[in-house]
Design a protein around this ligand. Structure first.
Ligand SMILES: [Zn+2]
Length: 231
């Protein structure tokens, strides 16, 4: 069974945009690793970032536990996720350790610069992880396939193409995203849980099932025409 790595910019992103896919994969016996580039610690209306970071870390661990996924925290700050070589090398080292067949991350067409930077860093880190003689720990490793997940902040030219039926894990998906306090919408009014569960229903209707999550394969990828089963 293939190993999947999901990279999100802020704690909550990976879970919301790919939680159903994660659950479906771990339920079938596969392994999933979640890398959070930042904790999203600047997203609370009143708690100081250092304090909210601790809450976000707890929520990330609890949510991942419900999805039976492993969690890795990168050291970057919310709103300051870099698009540079240091971040690429650091992530490439994680890719060499985890050795995933499939990587899922943000689509680059985003309103949020952290999401856009994460997308660019992930794509280049996959490329660098396979190269010899770079300042990256571990043995060179080639990821088979890169997918972009659907995120309300990354809608510019996103096209849902690959649908994963998540009907069987939908209730667990809902529980895993409800762990995140911000997802209720109480901080800023955007109701994440309502949005993502409704989106899963819409994607499900489109492919004649109950619930689904949609992905977009990276078309610039050399392996675009290589057949890779998602699960
Ligand atoms: Zn985010």
């Amino acid at each position: 069974m293939k190993r999947i790595l999901v990279v999100g910019a802020h704690v909550g992103d990976a879970e919301l945009m790919a939680g159903g896919v994660i659950l479906k994969h771990t339920k079938a016996g596969g392994e999933v690793f979640i890398v959070h580039m930042s904790k999203g610690e600047r997203g609370h209306p009143s708690l100081p970032p250092a304090e909210y970071a601790k809450q976000k870390e707890r929520e990330a661990l609890e949510s991942a536990k419900l999805m039976k996924a492993e969690v890795i925290f990168m050291p970057y700050e919310d709103a300051l996720i870099p698009n540079n070589e240091e971040a690429r090398f650091k992530l490439a080292e994680e890719i060499r350790k985890i050795r995933p067949s499939i990587v899922i991350t943000h689509w680059v067409g985003s309103y949020h610069k952290d999401h856009e930077n994460t997308s660019r860093v992930v794509k280049d880190a996959i490329f660098l992880a396979a190269m010899q003689d770079l300042p990256i720990g571990g043995e060179p490793y080639s990821v088979s396939k890169l997918y972009f997940a659907e995120n309300w902040e990354d809608p510019i030219d996103f096209v849902p193409e690959v649908y994963v039926d998540i009907s069987e894990v939908f209730e667990e998906y809902r529980k895993a995203i409800e762990v995140h306090e911000f997802a209720s919408g109480k901080f800023w009014g955007f109701k994440y849980v309502d949005y993502y569960t409704s989106l899963a229903r819409i994607r499900g209707i489109e492919v004649r099932t109950r619930y689904a999550q949609a992905l977009m394969p990276d078309k610039s990828w050399a392996s675009y025409r290589v057949k890779v089963d998602l699960l």
